[in-house]
Design a protein around this ligand. Sequence first.
Ligand SMILES: Nc1ncnc2c1ncn2[C@@H]1O[C@H](COP(=O)(O)OP(=O)(O)OP(=O)(O)O)[C@@H](O)[C@H]1O
Ligand SMILES: [Mg+2]
Length: 257
Amino acid sequence: MNMITSRAAAAPQAALAAVHMSKVDKHFGINHVLKGVDLDIAQGERVVICGPSGSGKSTLIRCINGLETITSGEVVVFDEQVRPDNSTLRKIRSNVGMVFQSFNLFPHLTVLENCTLALRRNLGMTTAEAEEIALGFLSKVHVQDQARKHPAQLSGGQQQRVAIARALASRPKVMLFDEPTSALDPEMIKEVLQTIIELAEEGMTMAVVTHELGFARRVADRVVFMADGEIIESGAPAELFETPRSARLAKFLDQVL
Ligand SMILES: Nc1ncnc2c1ncn2[C@@H]1O[C@H](COP(=O)(O)OP(=O)(O)OP(=O)(O)O)[C@@H](O)[C@H]1O
Ligand SMILES: [Mg+2]
């Protein structure tokens, strides 16, 4: 099998798409940030997105849960077209969990309150029901002992694991991670990556923006390389990292490896 067919064979089947992006364009004023992006993510697939700063990686994943409104094209998440009205966004976000570089926990709430807020407000659970679920996910990411503390009392790695637990508590079908470890000290990167690896091993569908290429090799079914608002190459991590086809990917790999 030649390289082109083997890379094509790695593409997911449309029938199973968790996320379908077609001809997506995004402008910020005169800045054309996404240029005709096509990307499908199959259920159970783990996709890593990498590329230089400013290439549109965050914008791309923010379009999946409607944090950014696309200029043209189509984004479909589990058969629901992403549109900017509140009722659609509620549905989309109930299926899509998001974890940011900067944790984004509410500083005035305890860890447990951070994790129960959406369950109580959006899903109408009682405090007791929400706490039981939240504590289950806090245990899963090994921070249950921190439940009564405030975020500022936790390490960065612990805060990020709380953010992951908070996202998981709403039972999303797909998880989006935007550079989840790039604000962390080196010793904490591993613990957060390990949490994401465990989720991946359980079959969670995920898109992860990261420059942790070791993680990509271990976890990703497919790596997508972006530059200047376009997907330049995508394929299995070993193929993509060992035999980059474009000069831009070769240069990027030189800089990050
Ligand atoms: N809210 C916004 N308003 C205006 N321009 C924006 C906004 N968000 C992003 N941009 C611009 O869109 C382009 C792509 O940004 P984006 O944050 O998606 O890149 P990125 O690949 O995630 O970069 P990084 O690796 O630095 O996080 C950049 O030129 C950025 O300045
Ligand atoms: Mg970004």
